[in-house]
Design a protein around this ligand. Sequence first.
Ligand code: NAD
Ligand code: UDP
Length: 319
Amino acid sequence: MKRVLVTGAAGFLGSHLCDRFIKEGFYVIGMDNYITGDKKNLAHLANHPRFEFIKHDVTEFVEIEGNLDYILHFASPASPIDYLKIPIQTLKVGSLGTHNLLGLAKAKDARILIASTSEVYGDPLVHPQTEDYYGNVNTIGPRGVYDEAKRFQESITMAYHRFHGLETRIVRIFNTYGPRMRLNDGRVIPAFIGQALRGEDLTVFGDGLQTRSFCYVDDQVEGIYRLLLSDYAYPVNIGNPHEITIKDFAEEIIRLTGTKQKIVYKDLPQNDPLQRQPDISLAKKILNWEPKIDRAEGMKITYNYFKTLTKEELFKSEH
Ligand code: NAD
Ligand code: UDP
């Protein structure tokens, strides 16, 4: 039986990855320190005979008993308000954490896939973004802690690949959404849906003409799974190229939820990228992958998930 370690397992993407590997017949070890994750995301796997959970901060030496075939390093705060709140931990998990996991992969002779991000392109001057674009990042801006940690993560991963011959994979994930996103993580989808469910106005930052391209989680997981099993060691964009302005997206959510609330405009956060759309030609070519779930379908499933939250969860504020 193949054994896989997933870091960030109690988070949004990590928990969906654990589900996928369980479904594929793997033995899955989930690791997380719960800094932005939630035990609830893994509750359904608690008694599964092929699942175990280790509570651990991956910036500390990581020890696993027995062999490992694959490691997926997904531990990291991922939403702007999270990494602004815990900037040093964000830098540490991308740098020290990644170093520890690369060392573990080398010791276990395992293949490792690391979760990079479209944020390595910063506020991009090339549109849509192709993997050969070097990016436009403000190293000292508030988002720099995340962007630069991820850029370092890519560099050290390639160094382990080139210097130690380690089998490495790098996925550059573009905005992904779905069930188990944290309601109060500040990302635009939980923010808008939460506001609609609470009967609050929807807060659009800036003029709302900035764009994003949203990928449903099942499509993202499929792309990651295929990349892991491929033989391609360089970064690959995985995301949905269907681009929309944030203002139009807010209007879509108003229609989806039937809320009577209106849009209100707030200041655009510093260094908020003005446009973002993945070029997925490479993923199509080498992984035969493209997203299958359109936004209307994915958003319906996501809205239904948020509707299952209790009143207490809906009105609990973390920030
Ligand atoms: P998330 O916050 O839901 O999950 C991250 C998990 O990592 C949390 O459970 C958190 O507790 C855990 N974690 C953080 N620091 C840790 C540490 N030091 N030790 C152990 N666990 C730690 O975020 P997510 O959206 O699931 O993102 C997962 C990964 O995917 C991140 O690496 C993120 O950068 C990347 N990513 C996500 C998106 C997206 O749209 N969701 C986009 C680009 C990249
Ligand atoms: N955004 C917004 N209102 C909100 C939350 C976010 O208008 O309540 C905007 C944000 O400024 C950005 C876009 O939505 O332009 C996507 O933000 P998110 O935090 O989801 O992801 P990221 O900026 O990391 O792509």
